[in-house]
Design a protein around this ligand. Sequence first.
Ligand code: URA
Length: 291
Amino acid sequence: MNKPHPRQAAIDALAFQLEAGVDVALNEEAIDRFTETPAEETRPETPAAPIPDRGQHAPAANNPSPRSSARAGSPGRDDGRKAASTMSLPAADEAATAAREAAKKAATLEELRAALEHFEGCALKFTAKQLVFADGNPKAKVMFVGEAPGADEDREGLPFVGRAGKLLDRMLAAIGLDRSNVYIANIVPWRPPGNRTPTPQESQTCLPFIRRQIELVDPDILVCLGGPSTQTLLGVREGITKVRGRWFDYDTGTRMIKALATLHPAYLLRSPAAKRLAWRDFLALNAISLR
Ligand code: URA
């Protein structure tokens, strides 16, 4: 068999990676795993979630226990950011306790953001580019909570800025709202690799933070966008297509407010016929929301 031309071989390798779900380059240079020494191959104990070995973003000061140094063949890698594979993550229950304590201590949204920046209990932090905390008006009466950032949000550090976000903006505009009078956040503030749905454990670990964020914003109305947000925040077990349009009571920790479950804009992009149902929900929201 003829060897393919190096250019064609590189194109084929890229095509293979795209098909396998690789959609971002995390390092300047590729890491040749075949040339690693046994010491470099050392992996931490079981991470909190199954994460691929994609090095990212943990300031050295925040990572007291990396297991190995920067790998061979990756100069420039040891720039204060450590690979996910070198992190030792706390066990799930420790992470949950740490999250609850950190969230409780935060007296303001700025403190809550800082607490998340320092939080080490969620593996997603180490594969994401940055924290996606919130967008909009922290004094808003209506707060929207999605699932987790995607690639666009990860790049910009703001929630709902990709295609689904543009649709959300149009839906808001249709009832006279925009980001100056709503507040938007996600259950999980770091992008899951490949835009997968956060695992229940990742959502549960981050739950104290989003619950505190809701408490600090103190909206009159909470809107859960999609199934994972509805299930995580409202404790609902049924699927979103069953419960959408339904109003729930939500305890912010200081008072009871109304919460609406509706379809996620990303779902509406895939299933345009469902837009009429979301429209109904937004009309119901319009009927009771206060600007
Ligand atoms: N989907 C979400 O759930 N959140 C975002 O921020 C973007 C897309």
